[in-house]
Design a protein around this ligand. Structure first.
Ligand code: RFL
Ligand code: PHB
Length: 393
């Protein structure tokens, strides 16, 4: 099989890239190791930056997001029961949209289904040959059948556990990593959210987050040790712990129902540099991971897809290779700012197992400073709504 761009992974980065390229008349084949149903069953991100919203509009598949997405002009930080509202709109003129990653993925899959591009599900990429040449090839397996895709470029959009990054020789890539000594236990339930806006709560027992997917579907998380198993956390225990951490006003409004999904996610910061090796580009979680506290992962994946689509469009339309050369630097400049912000939000709001009273006092001082300083709130707000894109000319 031959195509212009071989895309590994049908998560947000891969599907968005495929769609942006097809709008420019550039062909691609997407390989996804799981089934479409499995990909749609994964409950993940929920907060879209304005830039991500605009990008989805650009792809022409934002109709449902515009109808069902919830515009949020602010959120709350609750510190040991003390609320502080971050007025995103008042501080920055911007806002975010709460619309689940599952829905974004569904919209992109539907759009892909209606156009000429090929997406192969249950098709696992196993290796990438000659990424430094102008004819790289992706070897894959689909139901015991082996196949090869010959292409001009490979986009490694296969997430943190994918193969693309591992196809770059160790001597050509440098990685930076921080693992956090806790995870998030998440629950999805069909109940009215306890608050109209998200609540990020820092409590002596640990972090908690009240989020949502719709006016009738809530998404809640609590910080948990890494060694727990889901069996230790029946619904009643989860609801009690959540209520204990969220602060008195919201706790009273938490409505409960059987969890329709429950999962544990470890927290990690990770960056691989550079994000390109010859004609192999890394995009999204394949190149970088942030802890979810800043709501940045999906948005970074979308930003990479945007930069890569513009890079490849300039190559095919105008023969430009300079954007290929600068792809990694342009992405990483923004990625590291999101890494910093996500690490900062995580450090401010979580309980670290080895932290002493001094460390907790520092967190409290940071919270009180935030409460007293419009400048500090603005810095938080402008990062949360998403830093601007700096497009190459
Ligand atoms: P994905 O979504 O992991 O997709 C990669 C795809 O590649 C496939 N794959 C392969 N396919 C073929 N061959 C192979 N060898 C392959 N190996 C892997 C996989 O099956 C998969 O389908 O990466 P992508 O596209 O880069 O997207 C990244 C986002 O999914 C991720 O950053 C976000 O979900 C992170 N995240 C959040 N991001 C936000 O912007 N806002 C949030 O509010 C937010 N909340 C979250 C989150 C992530 C969480 N977890 C589960 C870690 C909340 C949580 C709990
Ligand atoms: C979510 O709704 O899943 C969500 C919201 C905000 C975050 C992380 C996850 O920071």
């Amino acid at each position: 099989m031959r195509t212009q761009v071989g895309i590994i992974g049908a998560g947000p980065a891969g599907l968005l890239l495929a769609r942006l390229l097809s709008r420019q008349g550039i062909e691609s084949v997407v390989l996804e190791r799981r089934s479409a149903g499995y990909v749609l069953g994964r409950v993940r991100a929920g907060v879209l930056e304005r830039g991500t919203v605009e990008l989805l509009q650009e792809t022409g598949c934002a109709e449902r997001m515009q109808r069902d997405g919830l515009v949020h002009d602010g959120f709350e930080i609750n510190f040991d029961g003390r609320p502080l509202r971050i007025d995103l709109a008042g501080l920055t003129g911007g806002s975010v949209v709460v619309y689940g990653q599952t829905e974004v993925t569904r919209d992109l899959m539907d759009a892909r289904g209606a156009e000429a591009g090929v997406t192969l599900y249950d098709a696992e990429a196993v290796s990438i040959a000659d990424p430094e040449s102008d004819r790289p090839r992706i070897a894959f397996r689909q139901n015991d059948r082996a196949g090869v895709i010959a292409c001009d470029f490979v986009a490694g959009c296969d997430g943190f556990h994918g193969i693309s990054r591992t196809c770059i020789p160790a001597s050509a890539v440098r990685t930076f990593e921080r693992a956090y000594p806790f995870g998030w236990l998440g629950v999805l339930a069909d109940v009215e959210p306890c608050s109209e806006e998200l609540i990020y709560a820092s409590h002596a027992r640990g972090f908690a987050l009240a989020s949502m997917r719709s006016p009738t579907r809530s998404r809640y998380y609590i910080q948990c040790p890494l060694d727990i198993s889901l069996g230790d956390w029946p619904d009643e225990r989860f609801w009690a712990e959540l209520r204990g951490r969220l602060g008195p006003a919201a706790s009273e409004r938490v409505a409960t129902a059987p969890a329709i999904e429950k999962s544990i996610a470890p927290l990690r910061s990770f960056v691989a540099e550079p994000m390109r090796f010859g004609r192999l580009f890394l995009a999204g979680d394949a190149a970088h991971i942030v802890p979810p506290t800043g709501a940045k992962g999906l948005n970074l994946a979308a930003a990479d897809a945007r930069v890569l689509a513009r890079t490849l469009t300039a190559f095919y339309k105008d023969g430009r290779t300079d954007l290929i050369e600068s792809y990694s630097d342009r992405c990483l400049a923004r990625v590291w700012k999101a890494e910093r912000f996500s690490w900062w939000m995580t450090s401010l709001l979580h309980r670290f197992p080895d932290a002493d009273d001094f460390a907790r006092r520092l967190q409290l001082a940071e919270f009180e400073y935030l409460g007293s300083s419009r400048a500090a709130q603005t810095a938080l707000a402008e990062n949360y709504i998403g830093l601007p894109f700096e497009d190459a000319s």
